[in-house]
Design a protein around this ligand. Sequence first.
Ligand SMILES: CC(=O)N[C@H]1[C@@H](OP(=O)(O)OP(=O)(O)OC[C@H]2O[C@@H](n3ccc(=O)[nH]c3=O)[C@H](O)[C@@H]2O)O[C@H](CO)[C@@H](O)[C@@H]1O
Ligand SMILES: C=C(OP(=O)(O)O)C(=O)O
Length: 441
Amino acid sequence: MAEALPHEKVQYVVEGGHRLSGEIKPSGNKNAALPIVAAALLTDQVVHLTNVPRIRDVEALVELIQSVGAKARWHGRNELEIEAKEVRPTDLDPALCARIRASILLAGPLLARCGEITLPPPGGDVIGRRRVDTHFLALQQLGADIQVDSAYHFKTSGLKGADVFLDEPSVTGTENALCAAVAAQGLTILCNCASEPHVQDLAHFLIAMGARIEGIGTNTMIIHGGLPLKGATHRIGPDHIEVGSLIGLAAVTGSEITIREAGVEHLRSTLMTFERLGIHCRIEGDDLVVPANQKMAIQPDFGGHIPKIEDQPWPAFPADTMSIAIVTATQCEGVVLMFEKMFESRMFFVDKLIAMGARIVLCDPHRAIVAGPAKLRAARVESPDIRAGMAMLIAAMCAEGTSIINNAQQIERGYELIEERLNALGARITRVPPREAAAKG
Ligand SMILES: CC(=O)N[C@H]1[C@@H](OP(=O)(O)OP(=O)(O)OC[C@H]2O[C@@H](n3ccc(=O)[nH]c3=O)[C@H](O)[C@@H]2O)O[C@H](CO)[C@@H](O)[C@@H]1O
Ligand SMILES: C=C(OP(=O)(O)O)C(=O)O
């Protein structure tokens, strides 16, 4: 089954139909690690980060900060030390920037540190148009001059605090504005900001560096800028999207698994959504138990109406868990409308689930009706993005037969050593090519 693949391409060969059992710990949150690594450039002192997910996106950002002069050293697999004694606004590798969305997160910290920076456009998941206007509008109000051609040129004669109303609660836009605001002189009010767990984690890291920020976890943050920023030690929080993925996986394979240190305070909307699909988890301290063989009957709305699962800005159900909820719903009894409001291309992957036997009608780019349960059969599929890839891995694990997932390096942008960790629970996933010992750390 294994075949030669072009450089950098990864394939998973997945034998479906195996039950899982045991314990698993989620990795650190990708979307927290990325802005925190970028924010380490705000100080010339040593920053020590633990529970850093060693995934492709983080490795790419580490390469980018090294290219502007920061020293970065891994200690063991998940500890990262960064020292940005000197930072120079050199040209960044456009190919590397285009590999990740998070390269745009260098704008705030580098502007604060160097006064000017040119960034090639960012990349990330190809899930629809991904605007950066919110970043620009916020940074302009904080004193940046921005010119856009084939790259983004930022310049400032000094960042100044301001009363900023973000045109939408952009996650990375909020993070860039927050980094610029802690370095700016004076008070900044960030209204209509994003408040996801990763935005909160960045704010806590900045506080550990010496910043003063009020309103963390709400949609208005007040930043007392200009305080000296020093070295800090910080532990990245657990990835709530990975926890959601593990809940879906356990449910559709009828498995009981315990998710250790799941960060249950950030799981309310996730657990509520899975409950709508008839999947109930038990909270034990900070652990989450997904019991085996759940009934998985979709709960209709009052009056027997077809329910709707929709993503929304935090604290509502996260958009990055939508693909996982869709694949999970294919195994539940009943009908549900899935409504992804944000990205125009994220739902197109459902045609691959349909090819595997799922009963889904894609109504338009944002809405799909899922009727379950449907018996899934093995297939050869392509992963278009991180979460669709994970959804197809979940489908392959509950399907009969052996599936092939191509382009699985996409999955590895966001999930750490995923085949090894799932195989430890009883999954049968073969990675092609096999991981080198060095890559395991
Ligand atoms: C590196 C990183 O952190 N990437 C995440 C970040 O991307 P990124 O920061 O690029 O996404 P943005 O938050 O800028 O863009 C999404 C926009 O859509 C809005 N919105 C969001 C959810 C929703 O259900 N409906 C809606 O309209 C948001 O409020 C925001 O205004 O945030 C996205 C939204 O959470 C996630 O998918 C990405 O994984
Ligand atoms: C969309 C995602 O990531 P990014 O913003 O880094 O492309 C994601 O994590 O699902």
